[in-house]
Every structure is written in C-alpha cells, then in structure tokens.
Design a protein around this ligand. Structure first.
Ligand code: CA
Length: 721
C-alpha cells in the first residue's frame, strides 16, 4: 500500500470536517455539501489525498510522493494493443517539450517550451485558453539546455508557471489571465527557471537553474494567493563577511576554500521538489558545484555543501533539517536534482519510509526519509568514475583518474555531464515494486584549461577546456563514440538494488515514464515512438510512431469513466543542442511539438510527416592559419558548443554553423557574433568577451570543420550530419 496510514488519517479528518471526496468521479452532483470541482477546488486536502482521485493528475508527479503511478486499469496489458490516438494539439513552440500535464476534473493544463501555458478540454482536445509570457529570446545565451519548461501547478483556481526569465506567474485557471507576477531573481544574474512549481500548504515552491553560469543556488517559497516571498533557502554559503542566512550555511562554509562566492558556487535547485505531509518535510535536490572545475571553485578541496545533495527543510520556514550529499566536491556536473521519490518499502524486513533517488552519477540511492540516513546505493548502469559507494558513509569511492582538474589529464567518464539519469521522470509501481528509470549510457570528456582560468561575463563558465576534448574529424573515432552511446529503460528493484528487466534502446535521451495499475509502463523514445511495456516482465506490447522524439513523461487520467494516456511530444533539450554527432544516435531527429492523447479504440491520425532533409556541406575554402583555427576551436568549445553542438555539428533546434552563410564573410560573421544582429532569435552579442580577431578565428575554425566533414562525406563513408 502506498502510504496507507496518512491517506487513511487524512480521509478520516476530511470525513469529520464534512468535505470528503468521492474518488475518481468528476463529481458535479449539486448538493449543499458537494466539494468544489475543477481547479478552484484543488486545496491542501485534495493535494494530500491526490492518490484517491484516480481519474485526476493533480500535481507534477501525480501525488506528493512523486511516484507517477496511475491506479487506472481500464487500459491494461491485455488490451493495450487497441490503444489509438484520440486527439492531438499542435504547439507553436518548436523546441524541446519536457512538461508533464496536470488534469483536474476533465481539464488538462500544460506548459510548453518558452514557458507558455495552455488549457484543454481533456476529453475532446478543445483549446480553452492559451497564455504566452513572451519571454525575450536573448535569454537563450544563459540557458544551457533549450528553452524548456517541465510543468505547472494548480491550486485554488490558479495555475502557476515559472517562466524561463525568472518570473513566477499565477494565472486564473478559468481564463488564463495573469493574476500576479513575481520576479524571483535579479534578471542580471544568469539564472533561468525550467522546473515545475509545487504547492505546499498555501505556498508555491520554486528554484532556478544556472550552475554553468556562475550563480548561487536557492529555493524559494511564495504565498500562493499574493506572490509575496515567505522564505528562501540558499543552498550554499555566500560571502562570510556578509554573515550567514542560516546556521546551516555557517556550518556549510567550513566545507569551502578560497573565494567561492565570487564564482557563484552552484547547487541550483532546477528540478526536484518533493513534500511528505506525514513527516512535514520538504525535500529538494541541488545541482553541481559551479564552476565544474573544483580546483578553481574551492582550491584545496572541501565537500562544498550543499551542492550535489538532497536537502530536507521545514516547509513553513525553510529551516534546515538534514542533508545527504551524493557527490562531495563534485567536478563532473553531477547534479542531484533528479526526481526525489518517496515510498514505504521493506528494509531489513521492516517497512520503512524511504527516499528513492537515481541521480546523474549512476548510483541508485535509498535513504531514510525522516533522518536522511544512508541505507544503500548500487550502480543502475555502467559507472567508471567510482568503484562503488562506501556502505557506511554513503560517500563515493572515486577512481584517481577521475580528478581531471587535479591531475591535469583529460578524463572520459561514464556517466558524464548528461547524466545516467537526468530530469526525465522515473515511475514506481507498488504492484511490481519496481522503479522504471529512463537511463542514458553515454561517456563525457572533462579537461582542465591550460591557461589560468578567468570567468567570462557571458556564456558557459565551467573552467573546463571544451576545445581540447572536441570530437575529432575522424570516422573511426566517431563510430566508436556512437557505438558506446546508448540508452535503456531499466526496471529497478529498489529493495534488492538490482535490475529486474531492461529494454535496450539504440540511443539515449528517451522519455520519462508512467506506471499504471493495468500492469503497464509507458515511455516515449528518442527514435520517435510511444511505447507500452508490461510492468512485470518488460515485454513491448504496443508502439506508435509519433514523428518526433519524446523526452517528456506521460500521464493517465479519466473523464466520464473512460481512461486516457497523454504525452508531450517534441524532441529537444540538451542532448539535441550540445552533443554534436551523438545527437542523432537514435536516428535523424527533428522537432514536431504536439500534445498527444490516446484511448482504447482511438481512431485519430497525425498529418503526413515531411521527410528529414539533410543539406549538403558547401563551405568556402580553408584560409585561416593553423594558429587561428586552433584559437577558434578553443573559443568555440568554450562559448559556442553548448548551443551549436560539439565540434560544430549542430542539432535540430539551433543553427548548424557549418551550413551558415555568415561564415562566408568576416563582416557578416562579426555582425552576428559581435554586433548581435540576431539578438531577437536568441543569438546575442558576445562583444563583452570576444574581440574582432576572436570572432575571425571562430569563423576560420567553422570553415575548417565544414571542410573536414565535407571531405568525410565525399570519402563515401558514413557521413556525420
Ligand atoms: Ca548542471
């Protein structure tokens, strides 16, 4: 049973208060004691008791415990073959779609790329309203991983969204009109919001991203009615000379060296926020240390609390309760921001409320939810940076070569900065006892810069050398890298800490998962399919082509007693924009942004898809000097590759600069890179960091790269994009 004790306790309280709800009825029966239906009726009691409303999906992870399990069973392992599209909605934002929809009593609310919000009739697909916060596109320069948004929260008649530019916006759930807007950070800082807000006891909880751009992490609680700040918890200490906001930060300051606050320090809360009503604890995951290079960030070492950690605080005040750090003194961009799931499971023969966590670093952790005590951790995929986790302390046993910033030698790690598991949500089925993890199996190279490193006022600021480790223009090297890069759906037994079953994919960056009581697990793939597996055995039972990669997680809901499964489709995110030739591992990719909804016997069809077109490379001849090209390659690796792809091989969302007409002319290229003429499209001027000779060096590097890849293509070998 899922948290049956508090469900029963809350139900009893509600019954006493005369406001008990009938589970899974879109109840419109008029009577004096009838609860308010729809978004206006979503209050604390309904959020705490969300599991009882089996037709609804009231909060990001469906329930506060973030298990993403739907008790609906009308669609099951015996009839899922009859599943078909019933309605779909085209979205105007051709970017990665990462959101989980919310469904309340027949209305579906969802955010899209660029932080837009839409409401639909969940049965018919009729658009009820649409809201565009009109985020300025130039914010892309401080957005590592595409203009994505993972979802909204719904509470007492309002829909809440965190916009990419840091505005927390409350909309009228009936009309989509803004009710209040609060700017959550100084817009001059390099933060962004991509995560979904959560509502806890009348407060909206939201953090922000940015730990690749020299920022200090925090999570903030705002009054849901007014938008006024209630408390903020900074995840790392600031300048000690200015005092500490909490005693916990004074303690944390003893784990830092040097002048970390001048470089930001990191620990951003960019995704997971989980609440346990019984323990009254709010948990959140923190991101990597910033910059990545620990020798620069905290010279001489230190654990650098509370980066790469799970932190528990009191939701009323933000007061620290406990923490568990998964990567002390991180240097691999090992965010611990992945979904924090709560479950009651047998530990040493007795039921115990635990936290289940599968962070980027590749180990699956079980912690005591009340105290944070480490219980167990095992690798859920290949791991090369550590040999294991100390069973007593929970600290990783890193291999010496992994300390690339100390040794001065590049290190290729599995997993890497993309993470063995990223923000794509995992699901837990209490029926099978298994956790369904979307796993990435991919290496990543880390290298320290040769020269003393200085932060730049613009762009990626990780104190690494992206030029040194760019993918070589060599088909054998590329083939080896492509072969080693895969993905999988892993069904993990969290008690035994081992794989129960595994479905191998060609490539990584597949979608989040949904488990249902129909013995099903749903997952979209990077290869452009939406799949259903049997939850117990992992048999592929159903698969539908959807014309684009799916990275978001599906949901299940019901209206008028009929079950639906919905998922946001739309390839994108960091894997598309940053990984170069690896971006296409699952096949030629493109973005077709749509909300897709399925039901048994659904007869809908998508419009015919255009074929993916590959433009031939037609660059001018190489005229740059070797020194110029080498300098340009280093600058590209530092400033450009995070958006335009490793070794200048672009993904499907941002321009592939090998094909850019601007590389034909020094003046045109300068006008873009230094003059900022494409600012409205997100390409701002880099004049604060680059001079004329730098822009020209980057142009010559791009010409060289385009010629190299053209030669590979003409050699008749398997051509990279
Ligand atoms: Ca990060």
């Amino acid at each position: 049973m899922r948290n049956s004790r508090w469900v029963a306790a809350v139900a009893a309280l509600l019954a006493v208060a005369g406001c008990n709800r009938t589970p899974d009825k879109n109840n419109t029966t008029a009577s004096p004691a009838a609860p308010i239906t729809g978004a206006a009726g979503v209050d604390d009691a309904r959020l705490v008791n969300a599991d009882a409303e089996d037709g609804n999906w009231l909060t990001y992870g469906r329930t506060y415990n973030e298990q993403r399990f739907s008790p609906l069973a009308a669609i099951s392992d015996s009839n899922v073959g009859q599943l078909g599209l019933t309605w779909f909605a085209d979205l105007e934002t051709a970017r990665g779609q990462e959101a989980t929809p919310i469904v309340v009593d027949g209305t579906l609310y969802v955010s899209t790329a660029w932080s837009m919000v839409k409401a639909f009739d969940a049965k018919t697909g009729r658009l009820l309203w649409s809201y565009d916060p009109k985020v300025a596109r130039e914010i892309l320069v401080k957005t590592c991983c595409d203009a994505v948004n993972r979802g909204v929260a719904v509470y007492k008649g309002k829909v809440y969204v965190g916009a990419l530019d840091g505005r927390l916006i409350a909309l009228d759930a009936a009309t989509g009109a803004p009710v209040w807007t609060t700017q959550t950070f100084d817009p001059r800082l390099a933060h962004t919001i991509t995560g979904a807000p959560r509502i806890v006891k009348g407060k909206v909880m939201i953090g922000a991203a940015g730990a690749e751009y020299n920022v200090r992490g925090f999570i903030t609680a705002y009054d849901a009615e007014t938008g006024k700040m209630v408390w903020r918890f900074y995840t790392i200490p600031g300048d000690p000379a200015k005092g500490f906001e909490q005693p916990a930060l004074e303690r944390a300051s003893k784990t830092w060296m040097g002048q970390w606050w001048k470089l930001g320090g990191g620990g951003t809360v960019w995704d997971s926020i989980t609440y346990d009503p019984e323990l009254d604890l709010l948990y959140f995951g923190t991101g990597n240390g910033d910059p990545w290079n620990a020798e620069v960030r905290s010279p001489g070492g230190g654990d650098n609390l509370y980066t790469s950690s799970i932190v528990a605080v009191k939701p009323d005040t933000g007061e620290y309760v406990w923490h568990f750090q998964e990567n002390p003194n991180d240097r691999w961009d090992f965010d611990s921001t992945q979904q924090i799931m709560i479950a009651t499971l047998p530990v040493n023969g007795a039921p115990r409320k635990v936290i289940l966590h599968a962070p980027k670093n590749g180990f699956f952790y079980m912690l005591d939810a009340k105290t944070g005590q480490f219980l167990s951790a095992k690798p859920f995929t290949a791991v090369t940076w550590a040999t294991g986790i100390d069973p007593k302390t929970g600290r990783p046993r890193e291999v010496p070569a992994a300390f690339w910033d100390k040794t001065g030698m590049p290190f290729v790690s599995v997993p890497g900065a993309g993470g063995a598991h990223s923000w794509q949500p995992m699901a837990f089925s209490p029926k099978t006892g298994l956790v369904y993890i979307p796993v990435n199996e991919a290496a990543f190279p880390y290298a320290a810069p040769d020269e003393p490193w200085k932060p730049s006022p613009i762009g990626f600021n990780t104190a690494t050398d992206g030029g040194k480790v760019a993918m070589p223009a060599d088909n054998a090297a590329r083939r080896a890298a492509l072969e080693a890069t895969t993905g999988a759906l892993v069904a993990w037994d969290p008690v035994a800490q081992k794989v129960a079953w595994k479905h191998q994919y060609k490539g990584p960056w597949n979608g989040g998962t949904l488990a249902t009581a129909g013995n099903l697990v749903f997952q979209g793939t990077a290869a452009g399919t939406f799949n259903a597996y049997s939850a117990d055995k992992g048999s592929l039972l159903w698969s539908a082509p959807v014309q684009t990669g799916i990275i978001a997680a599906p949901i299940a809901y019901s209206v008028d007693g009929e079950q639906y499964v919905a998922v946001m489709a739309g390839w994108g995110g960091v894997w598309d924009v940053a990984t170069g030739v690896l971006a296409d591992k699952s096949g030629p990719t493109r973005n077709v942004s749509r909300l897709l909804v399925f039901k048994l016997g659904g007869k809908g069809a998508l419009p015919a898809a255009r074929p993916v077109e590959k433009m031939p490379l037609d660059p001018p001849p190489v005229t740059g000097t070797p020194e110029q090209i080498a300098h340009g390659g280093n600058l590209f690796g530092r400033f450009c590759s995070v958006c335009h792809g490793d070794a200048a091989v672009g993904g499907s969302l941002n321009p592939d600069l090998r094909h850019s007409g601007a590389i034909n002319s020094a003046d045109s290229f300068r006008a873009v890179v230094l003059g900022g003429i494409l600012k409205e499209h997100g390409m701002v001027s880099f004049a604060v960091a680059l001079k004329d000779p730098d822009a020209e060096a980057i142009r010559h590097y791009l010409i060289k790269r385009a010629n190299e890849d053209k030669a590979l293509q003409e050699a008749g070998k398997k051509a990279p994009r």
